[in-house]
Ligand binder design. Sequence first.
Ligand code: OSB
Ligand code: MG
Length: 369
Amino acid sequence: MQLASIRMLPVSLPLKQPFTSAHEQLADCHVTLVQITTTDGLMATGELEAFDNPGYNTEMQASEAQVIRGFLVPPLKRNRDISSLNPDDLWPDVSGHRMAKAAVEMTLWSLAAQAEHQSLAALLAAEAKTEQRSEIEVGISLGIADLTQQLQRIAAAQAAGYSRIKLKVGGVADIAVINQIRRQFPTIQMIIDGNGAFTENDAAELQQLDALHVDMLEQPLASGDFAGHAQLQRQLKTPICLDEDILDLKDAQLAVLMGSCRAINLKPARVGGFTKALAILDYCQQHHIQCWVGGMVESDLGRYYSQSLARLITLSYPGDVGPASQFFETQVSDRVVKLTDGKLKLPEEAPRLLPAYQKQMMLQENLLG
Ligand code: OSB
Ligand code: MG
């Protein structure tokens, strides 16, 4: 695969309503679209998933866009013939900056799928030696809100066909709210996401979740606290699911060896793209750790990548990969996904940017010169 151009376009997408987690409140989403073309005339567009502030993660839109321009594009300019999709081969001299690598790597996967006349999901499934589906069950992540608003949102999510809800919490005070929600919705599949808002002193309060048959407690403690999560997991029946902590296969190995979790929220952007995500998935399957695909409040275009991964039959637990219309009024691409009868129906084709965005993209500099 011979590359012809790489262009980057920053876009600003207003959220329908602010999205609040223990880390931050997102009101406007800033993403950078990355478009790559080949000399054969193929074109794919990806999205840099990172937030403006270093709350969720140390990587930010500004820093990672700079890394793409300054450090990821130059090696591709020197060697435009892509023969490996492994970021360790593409960028042996760049450590970290996984979201920057993922933005380019996942776009290259989309090109590779097009070159082989198959869907991205089919290529991922072949690589993972598994099968894929074109319809999937999905969950929805609901930001921190008061009880009344949360109950309304849950009812709406259930009516829309979401199979599972994830409720963000800001600390122990919210456990009472979860209790009340469970009474109103006794059977709905539920994840509680702490985004690091709890401490090891909250173990007794968190034990209340055991009686509420919560599927998972996501990242209760600060990221990096593998020992704390291991200690907490020993005190809880509820499986801990790590999110922020898992940047790398080595983190998954550490979590397994220490007993820090029983599940992993697998976000391909956070771990540096599909090659790394599939390696983590493989390791987790061998060690009976449940993986499911998480979200980064992507646009409809960014969702194509996470939804394609979520189509693997080995990632069957409903992911945070519902339609981007849950967040945004507007689309950047022509991708149409439908949530009907409890299933998200996914198109096979790679999305194309809408003409207005494509026009703006063509005004950007070709970074390959
Ligand atoms: O913890 O998974 C998280 C959004 C921003 C930052 C962190 C998280 C999230 C979500 C969004 O939960 C999930 C989605 O994109 O649907
Ligand atoms: Mg999370």
